[in-house]
Unconditional design. Sequence first.
Length: 306
Amino acid sequence: MKIDPIPPLNSLVAFEASARHLSFTLAAQELNVTQGAISRQVRLLEDYLGATLFERNTRTINLSATGSQYFETVHELLTRLSRATGKIRHWQGAQQVTVLTSTALASLWLLPKVAEFQRDNEEIDLRIIAHDHVKDFSRVDCDLALFYCSTPPKDIQVTALFPEEIFPVCSPGYLAKHPDLRSPTDLHACTWLWLEDPQRDWIGWSEWFQRLGYTSLEPRNRININSYSMLIQSALAGQGIALAWSNLVDSHLQTGALVRPVETVLKTEARFCLLEPQGRGRWRQSVERFRTWLLEQVPETLTGEQ
């Protein structure tokens, strides 16, 4: 839909400054133009609107009733535009690094670690954007991306960070209520926390059993959740058993907040990867420093690129 009518932008800027100062002279000084230029721009706006914005006296100007009302709107909109512009210009600075990743990797792996990087690199601004449904990585606007890749995307530099290893987890309290769990086939007596997201290609319960060679089982109950981060929170709260990915839940396993009710693990060819746009030339120093730090967070970075 076309936005119409839109008054001349220069006239709006001149009017806002004049109304704020109640002076064409001070407005001219602020905008680094002549007083005559300010007066002409304000007159142009009045002609466009068909309304008088100022009451002009010999030495002073005052806002008319229409001008006072219009000034409130113009001042608010120009202020918001200025702030939005300032944010964009700030994030485009040389000391900014934009990282695109999924909500799961952001909340469970990256965000718990970045405090260390920020402590040692206070001059670098990190911008972390979480997005779960990226269809074309070659078109995303970021410096680096972190994503699960069942198939490596084309036209992107791919560095494998860690392999896909999937196993069940639950809270110690939930396991205490099900002490007879010995093998995957025993899990049918439990409540399964089920990731419900048709656009995500992560392995679900049915495929996990099938790939391990077990007959497909049905749980006693299941809770459908469309966010992996929320699903892990549900497991931590003792609401059931979840499929977990190594590295994403390692900290919870180390603290004992989560435990593995059975030792069975499914390993696949998929990887969690660092994705880097091609054809952008040499990285800025801030991006290179973050990339180096990021790779140091992986205990055993897989060699080679896929």
